[in-house]
Design a protein around this ligand. Structure first.
Ligand code: PHE
Length: 496
């Protein structure tokens, strides 16, 4: 029998009281809250390891009067103190001390205890006093018990106080009680103590060798209860983005995961000593995979080397030595702008608009806004109408079609665009960069023989999806949490 850690803890707790039913609420285990206990108990019931029943248990609390009585005095207590002094008192004197309401209660209570008024006076036999005091102190103790959260003695004193208005309140609560079964004890001794999660500590301590791992319960019967509303949210989002681009007249382009530095960087005028090239950001492929450059690529090497070292008419270039072996290095593409530049190089003449939604890879440490493998939404327009204004308009239009409005452009820098802008939006109260954009520099367009200007942008799909689905952590997208997959909502105005 496979047991989860919580199930094991609950069983262990119950095994200390093998013959008793234990109220679920009273199962106190360090580190488990009421919900965790309750869910473990439900699983144990399903697995026939514990017996359960529902018991109606009363809970007591103090009413408004009851609270006043413990803080000060019970009315009969106060009245008796007055009587004790002289053995008797005028009813009006009691009223003066206790108020009309208090006096009425005190007199009724004392009468029920055998001290009845006659002729406007209340008299008490000295022999009776200690009996009365005992009864009153029993009442006081009961109220104090309830106030302190202790279980009050059930009996005539409690019944009496329950009958009085607003003194003691009773609430019947149905609670689940459970008792460990033989099978539960067996399961526990069989070693319910299996490892649940493979962690660094489990590996370092060597526990994994001896303790064994808990199996996943992929019982399809239980999975039947889940109904999924449709495709994975990210698939749905990609679909929606594709449709918007196509509606706007864009053509979809594609490319390879593996690229040469020549196209991923050199073609885009990224200097060879640029920090983005080093091992921090780029996954270079190791080994001596000989990647023979095509004849055309060899031509491009000559062109890009000239542009990097000496520039183009009117522009100076980087002025540093360009290394052809550096351009032959293989890598996992770091951006889909490599798709754009390849597409443009092959189609330099006609105005056109292209897009892609595809994977890119970066040597990043993961956190709430970073992934090492992510998707980029890339768009580019080759046209005579390219300007910063049209670029801003088209990006805003794209967001509006997705029902998102609150984005901002801020000035930025990319080696291949001038001017450059970043697109930012607020997530978790922090401004997060969704992507970059700009107008390709002549150092990029001229050597490729492009006949028009190019505006381009690239956005992180997953960050964008955080905004779209209202997520607080980018990793949620790939966690495949069943709860989220069943309940995620498509923002207003966006049909599935
Ligand atoms: N390629 C850039 C990135 O990876 C985004 C970008 C695309 C910037 C096109 C300018 C133009 O962030």
């Amino acid at each position: 029998m496979e047991l989860s850690r919580n199930e094991t803890l609950v069983l262990r707790f119950l095994s200390a009281l093998p013959d008793n039913f234990v109220i679920e609420r009273n199962i106190a285990i360090d580190g488990l809250d009421e919900r965790a206990v309750s869910s473990a108990v439900s699983y144990l019931i399903q697995k026939d390891l514990v017996l359960h029943r529902f018991e109606a248990t009363p809970e007591y609390s103090l009413g408004r009067e009851g609270i006043a009585y413990v803080q000060e005095k019970l009315p009969e207590e106060a009245a008796l103190e007055i009587l004790k002094a002289a053995g008797k008192a005028e009813l009006s004197a009691i009223s003066d001390k206790l108020g009309e309401q208090g006096a009425k209660i005190a007199i009724t209570q004392l009468a029920r205890l055998g001290v009845k008024p006659s002729g406007g006076t209340l008299a008490v036999d000295p022999a009776q006093i200690s009996i009365l005091e005992k009864e009153i102190s029993r009442r006081r103790k009961l109220l104090e018990d309830i106030r302190a959260g202790r279980k009050p003695d059930e009996g005539p004193v409690l019944e009496e106080l329950l009958r009085r208005k607003d003194v003691v309140l009773r609430n019947i609560r149905k609670s689940r009680e459970i008792k460990i079964l033989r099978a539960g004890l067996d399961a526990l001794s069989e070693g319910g103590d299996k490892i649940e999660n493979l962690t660094a500590e489990v590996l370092q301590s060597g526990e994994w060798r001896t303790r064994g791992f808990r199996e996943y319960d992929l019982n399809p019967k239980r999975l039947q209860d889940y109904s999924f509303p449709g495709p994975h949210p990210l698939t749905l989002f990609i679909d929606r983005i594709r449709r918007i681009f196509l509606q706007m007249g864009f053509r979809e382009m594609s490319g390879d995961y593996m690229e040469t530095a020549l196209w991923n960087m050199d073609a885009l005028f990224i200097p060879q000593n640029h920090p983005a090239r080093d091992m921090q950001d780029t996954f270079y492929l190791e080994g001596d995979i000989k990647h023979p450059l095509s004849r055309k690529d060899r031509e491009y090497q000559k062109i890009f080397s000239r542009v990097h070292e000496h520039g183009i008419p009117g522009y100076l270039g980087w002025g540093t030595k360009w290394d052809s072996t550096e351009s032959e290095r293989l890598l996992l593409r770091t951006h889909t702008t490599v798709n754009t530049i390849r597409y443009m190089a092959e189609h330099p003449e006609q105005p056109q608009a292209v897009f892609s939604v595809d994977s890119v890879f970066r040597h990043e440490s993961m956190d709430w806004t970073h992934l090492a493998e992510l998707h980029q939404i890339e768009g580019a327009v080759l046209s005579d109408h390219v300007s910063l204004g049209t670029l801003k308009w088209i990006i805003r239009e794209f967001f509006t079609m997705l029902g998102l409005k609150n984005i901002r452009f801020i000035p930025s820098y990319y080696p291949y665009t001038e001017p450059s802008m970043d697109i930012v939006a607020e997530i978790n109260g922090r401004e997060v960069e969704l992507g970059g954009s700009g107008i390709f520099r002549p150092e990029v367009t001229l050597p490729l023989g492009l006949k028009h200007k190019v505006m381009a942008w690239g956005m992180g799909l997953e960050r964008f999806a955080m905004l779209y689905y209202g997520l607080n952590d980018i990793r949620e997208i790939y966690r495949n949490d069943l709860g989220w997959l069943m309940t995620y909502k498509i923002p207003l105005g966006n049909k599935k």
